[in-house]
Design a protein around this ligand. Sequence first.
Ligand SMILES: NC(=O)c1ccc[n+]([C@@H]2O[C@H](COP(=O)([O-])OP(=O)(O)OC[C@H]3O[C@@H](n4cnc5c(N)ncnc54)[C@H](OP(=O)(O)O)[C@@H]3O)[C@@H](O)[C@H]2O)c1
Length: 294
Amino acid sequence: MVSKAVVTAGTGGIGLETAVGLAKAGYAVTVVGRNAQRGARAVERINAGGGEPARFLQADLAVLDEVRTLAERIATEGELAVLVNNVGAMFQDRTDLNGVEASFVVNHLSPYLLTELLLPALRSGAPSRVVNVTSGAVALAKKVFDEVEPPGGYYGFHWYGRAKLANLAYTLDLAARLEGSGVSVFAADPGGAATDMTDGTMRNAKIVSPGLRLLWPLVRRKFERSTSGAASVAARSSIVAATDDTLQTGLLIGPQGTPVTPIKAATDPRTAAAVRKLTEQHAPIERVPDGVSN
Ligand SMILES: NC(=O)c1ccc[n+]([C@@H]2O[C@H](COP(=O)([O-])OP(=O)(O)OC[C@H]3O[C@@H](n4cnc5c(N)ncnc54)[C@H](OP(=O)(O)O)[C@@H]3O)[C@@H](O)[C@H]2O)c1
C-alpha cells in the first residue's frame, strides 16, 4: 500500500520543497494551503518529479474550524504515515483571531489541533511520524505561558518565537506521551530561507522589542543574512525528520539535517504543563486516552 504524507502550507516556500522531497521518497503527498491556484501549481511541480500523484486540499489553517474540517476529511481516509506541520506566520501588527492572538493560533494551536485530531490515523499508519516545524526565534521568546500573551507592547518576532516555543515544548511532550505507540514525533528547524514569510515581515523594525530596535541596522543585517538561503535547503530538516529511519523519537533536527539540543525552556516540564493547560483552554478537543486503540 502507498504511504501517505500531509504537508501543511505545502504549496509554497519551505513546505513545497518538503513536499517535493517526500514525493521523491515515495509518499503520496497532500499539500494544504489557502489558494487553489497556488495549490494546483504546487501539485504540478510535485508530479513533475514522477512518483505517486500528489493532491491539494484547501484550508485556511489560521481558522481552527477549518483545521477541524480538514482533519475530519483526512481521518476518514484511514492510515497516515507522515504529518508535517509546516504552517507558520509572523505578524507585524497585533492581529486577533476569534479573540486569540494570531501567531499563537497559526504557529501553535493550529498544528496542535491537526496533530491531535489525526492521531488515530497516524496510529493506524504506524510506524508513522509527526514533524513540527520550529524556528531559531524560540531563543528570544518570553518563556512564561500563563496567558496567551505576555503583558506589554506587541513585537511580532518575539510573539512568533514564543508561539514556536509553545509548539516545541508540546512537540517534545507529545513524543514522550506517544513513546512505544509507533508514532514518532520530531521538531525540525529549517534555519532560514527567502520566502513570502520572511520577505513580508522581517524588514520592519517594529517586529522587535525596543531594546533590539536600537540595534536595528545590525539586527536587520542579521535577519537578511540568515534568511537569504534557498527554501529547498531549508526543507532538509523536515525531510530528514520525516524519512530517516535511524532517528529516535523526540529529537529536534537542525538546519544541517542532524539532531541538535533544544533550548532548556522547551524541555522544562513546567513549560510543557503550562502550554498544555493554555492549549486545551483555547483549542478544546475530546481526547481519546493514549494507549486506547482507536
Ligand atoms: N523562512 C524562514 O526563514 C523560516 C525560518 C525559521 C522557521 N520557519 C518556519 O518554516 C515554516 C515554513 O516557512 P515559510 O517561510 O516557507 O513560510 P511561507 O513563505 O509563509 O509559506 C508559504 C506557504 O504557506 C501557505 N500558507 C500560509 N498561511 C497559510 C494558512 N493560514 N493556511 C494554509 N496555508 C498557509 C501558503 O499558501 P497560501 O498562501 O495559498 O495559503 C504557501 O504555500 C513555517 O513554520 C515558519 O515559521 C521559516
